[in-house]
Structure formats: structure tokens, C-alpha cells
Design a protein around this ligand. Structure first.
Ligand SMILES: Nc1nc(=O)c2c([nH]1)NC[C@@H]1CN(c3ccc(C(=O)N[C@@H](CCC(=O)O)C(=O)O)cc3)C=[N+]21
Length: 281
């Protein structure tokens, strides 16, 4: 293995220690940060993620309020609940776990969350503020990816960053943050005919597709940084990312593992945004 591992657990631990200190300072002023986590339905993966988020809050001294609802909760009932949390001064962040049951419109739900408490950074206003360079909350996964890249000591100015994937939660905000860091940014997606043509020019590749082995060693420039946002299962049911880790680690300069890379950082940046929200009050 020639590439250096970018350890998302170690970086998370470092950042979470800083977050814990900030949480303690707020708590001492009688302003303990609070995060509401709402889960609708029984999706097993969502249950695991939500449990991890609640545990992470406890570890850093953020009060978390976990609300679980049956899958048949009405959209109006959820909107009413969000309105109440918007007005609750002890709650600084509101996270509604996605995906929601099909009868609930996720856009309507996201837009119901007060922008000042949108710690996921999913709303139209948060996205617009990020695009404009204002201080709305950054989407947690791309924000975490930026921290992972930063941890390698690389200055992105003038570097070519290729983002694979164009989702509203990862690909698009990722491209914007890379652009703000003065990278030259290319966005590739399912309609890109020859992905390798682009990725072979990249100093940084961020893969956020949701399909394993999307990026292989022959598609990576020697010395590139590879960030793997994917969460897939291999033939043995083991968690794996979008990139061929074993092949690429011989070519890249730095690479994130799955698990233990982007995933923990997503949760860390959620905690960071929640602290930031509480400090702004
Ligand atoms: N409103 C909302 N906000 C989200 O941020 C959100 C969401 N909905 N819906 C689902 C996705 C997914 N997501 C993950 C976060 C952490 C890990 C994570 O910690 N993964 C571990 C592995 C966990 C395991 O072993 O299964 C890792 O990569 O090391 C994974 C996935 C947040 N999401």
C-alpha cells in the first residue's frame, strides 16, 4: 500500500474533542446545545444511523431528543411537530432522517425547518447561502469531505477536483465547496460517457454514486486524493464504498476507507453545525 489512509474516525475524535469543549462552555452558560432527531417508520438502516447520531450527541454533551413515529404519521402531523421544535428555545438543530415514507413530501418537510436550525443544510435557503458564500449551514457530508481533504495538508487552489455524482445532498454541494476552495471542478454523473477521461485528470476525486467499483485504479492519476462517499454492500454483505480500495491504494497518495472514512465525519459535522447554531443564539 503506497497511499496514506485518511482516517475519518481519528479526525472525528479530534474534532469531537473540540466540539465537546464548546458544548461544555455553552452548557456552563445555561445554553446546552440541543438536537432533535426525527425518525418516521421502521427502515432498519435509518434506525442504525439515528441511533449513532444520538450516541454521538451524548458523547460530546449535546442534548438530543429522539422522536420516533409510525410509518403512517400524516404529513401535517410531522409539519406541526417541526413548527413546535422551531419555537423551542432549547432545540438548536432539527434533523428529519431521510428517506421518509412515500406519502410525505420531503421537500415540504425540509422547508418547514427554520433555516437557523437546519443543521443538515438541506433546505433551499441553506443551499443558496452555501452557493453564495453566506453562513448558512453546510451539508454535513460534503463539509466532512472538505475536512478530510484539508487533513492531508493539500491546498486545493488551482487543483482539479472531479466529483462523481450530482445529488442535492452530496454531489452538488460538494462541487460548490470545492469551488469555494478555489479548485477547478468537474461534475461527472450517470450520463457521462467516459468517466475515466475526467478522473484521470483529477488531483482530487470525490465518489458519491452509490455503486461499487465505480472508480478503479486505471481511472486514477498517480498521487491523487480519493474520497469515497459510497455506502454499498459487497457480495459477502460487507459494507463497501464506490471505489476499488485495494486497487486504488497502490496509485493514490491518500484514500478514505469505507467504513471509517466519510461516514463518521458526516455525523461529526452534524454535531459541529449544532454547536454553531447554539453559539449563534
Ligand atoms: N436527514 C438526514 N441526514 C443525514 O445525514 C442522513 C440522512 N438523513 N439519511 C441517511 C444518510 C446516511 N447517513 C450516514 C451517516 C453516517 C454513516 C456512518 O457513520 N457510517 C459508518 C458505518 C456504519 C455502519 O457500519 O453501518 C462508516 O462509514 O464508518 C453512514 C450514513 C446520514 N444520512
Amino acid at each position: 500500500m503506497s497511499a496514506q489512509l485518511i482516517d475519518g474516525i481519528a479526525l472525528s475524535q479530534k474534532l469531537r474533542a473540540e466540539i465537546a469543549a464548546r458544548a461544555a462552555a455553552l452548557t456552563a452558560q445555561g445554553k446546552q446545545p440541543g438536537l432533535a432527531v426525527i425518525l418516521v417508520g421502521e427502515d432498519p438502516a435509518s434506525q442504525v444511523y439515528v441511533r449513532n447520531k444520538v450516541k454521538a450527541c451524548g458523547d460530546v454533551g449535546i442534548r438530543s431528543v429522539m422522536e420516533k413515529y409510525d410509518a403512517d404519521l400524516t404529513e401535517q402531523a410531522l409539519l406541526d411537530r417541526i413548527a413546535a421544535l422551531n419555537n423551542d428555545p432549547t432545540i438548536h438543530g432539527i434533523l428529519v432522517q431521510m428517506p421518509l415514507p412515500k406519502h410525505i413530501n420531503p421537500h415540504k418537510v425540509i422547508e418547514a425547518i427554520a433555516t437557523s436550525k437546519d443543521v443538515d443544510g438541506y433546505s433551499v435557503l441553506s443551499a443558496g447561502e452555501m452557493m453564495t458564500g453566506l453562513d448558512g449551514f453546510r451539508a454535513c457530508t460534503p463539509y466532512g469531505c472538505m475536512k478530510l481533504i484539508e487533513s492531508t495538508g493539500t491546498d486545493l487552489r488551482g487543483k482539479h477536483a472531479v466529483v462523481i455524482g450530482r445529488s442535492n445532498t452530496v454531489g452538488k454541494p460538494m462541487a460548490l465547496l470545492l469551488l469555494q476552495a478555489n479548485a477547478t471542478v468537474t461534475i461527472c454523473h450517470s450520463a457521462t460517457p467516459d468517466l475515466g477521461v475526467f478522473t484521470r485528470q483529477a488531483d482530487v476525486v470525490v465518489a458519491a454514486v452509490g455503486r461499487r467499483n465505480t472508480l478503479t485504479a486505471d481511472m486514477v492519476k498517480p498521487g491523487a486524493i480519493v474520497i469515497d462517499v459510497g455506502m454499498n454492500r459487497d457480495d459477502n454483505g460487507k459494507l463497501c464504498g464506490d471505489v476499488d480500495f485495494n486497487g486504488i491504494k497502490e496509485v493514490a497518495s491518500h484514500i478514505t476507507p469505507v467504513p471509517g472514512g466519510v461516514g463518521p465525519m458526516t455525523i461529526t459535522m452534524l454535531l459541529m453545525n449544532t454547536i454553531e447554531s447554539a453559539e449563534r443564539k
